[in-house]
Design a binder for this molecule. Structure first.
Ligand SMILES: Nc1ncnc2c1ncn2[C@@H]1O[C@H](COP(=O)(O)OP(=O)(O)OP(=O)(O)O)[C@@H](O)[C@H]1O
Ligand SMILES: [Mg+2]
Length: 247
């Protein structure tokens, strides 16, 4: 479903990704772990097509298409969703407005009809309930004044509403309290655990993986995948640290 081959990417003059290869099949959830500064967020930005991130070598195939050839909004319309490590605030725009615009733009590009205000609110209420997020939060400006955990949870509501084919979730578990971690984990399973979907879950801690069981775990260090394994690899990293594994 997502096939990354020998990806090299620069930010400015600095090479961050140095030959990264990774393949996620439909129906799979893969976790990426790795030291700070390894290039995990860079990978998610490159997949999303963020300006300033230049691919110098390698390829990314997404659902049979050359992903790198698509504009960021086309990538989203194809069904790619990015959850950010640091969700952005959008003052002056409510979550409801933002999400309805985003959803209807994606529907239009797929040749589907726009949802009416009523239909959209019904969908938004359903997904907010799934993530146990108060509907009032969705009426507020996007992420403005949200606590760290509220941002992450509302991002998962966004994901539920947009219903992507593939999600790259960058430290979605950071800042979540113990109960919220379970709610978000259950939400990821409910929204994304499906035969035709896939997830790349970037995380520093194995505890999220207790809820969202990964099919594979990869270690990203110094711009490439240095080792891969099953869920037991996350356990090993938690007890032994990266040094032994990365060396
Ligand atoms: N605009 C930039 N200019 C220079 N270096 C950058 C820039 N953006 C990122 N980098 C560097 O790229 C490296 C990889 O950063 P990245 O954010 O991808 O790491 P990460 O694996 O997500 O780390 P963390 O676990 O801390 O989130 C870091 O050393 C970072 O300083
Ligand atoms: Mg990061």
């Amino acid at each position: 479903m997502l096939k990354i081959t020998n990806l090299h990417a620069n930010v400015g003059d600095t090479q961050i990704l140095k030959g990264l290869s990774l393949e996620v099949n439909a129906g799979e959830i893969h976790a990426i772990m790795g030291p700070n500064g390894a290039g995990k967020s860079t990978l998610s930005y490159v997949l999303g097509g963020r300006p300033g991130y230049e691919v110098t070598e390698g390829s990314v195939e997404f659902m049979g298409q050359d992903l790198l050839d698509l504009e960021p909004h086309e990538r989203a319309a194809t069904g790619l969703f990015l959850g950010f490590q640091y969700p952005v605030e959008i003052p002056g725009v409510s979550n409801v407005q933002f999400l309805r615009e985003a959803l209807n733009a994606q529907r239009a590009s797929r040749g589907e009809e726009a949802l009416s205000g009523g239909e959209f609110l019904k969908l938004a209420r359903e997904k907010a309930a799934l993530l146990k997020l108060d509907m009032e939060m969705l009426k507020r400006q996007v992420n403005v004044g949200f606590s760290g955990g509220e941002k992450k949870r509302s991002e998962m509501v966004q994901m539920g509403i947009l219903d992507p084919k593939f999600a790259v979730l960058d430290e979605t578990d950071s800042g979540l309290d113990i109960d919220a971690l379970r709610v978000v984990g259950d939400g990821i399973n409910a929204i994304m655990r499906a035969p035709a979907k896939g997830v790349l879950l970037i995380t520093h801690y194995q505890r999220l993986l207790d809820y969202v069981k990964p099919d594979k775990v990869h270690v990203l260090a110094k711009g490439r995948i240095v080792t891969s394994g099953g869920p037991e690899l996350a356990m090993q990293l938690e007890s032994e640290g990266y040094e032994a594994v990365v060396a």
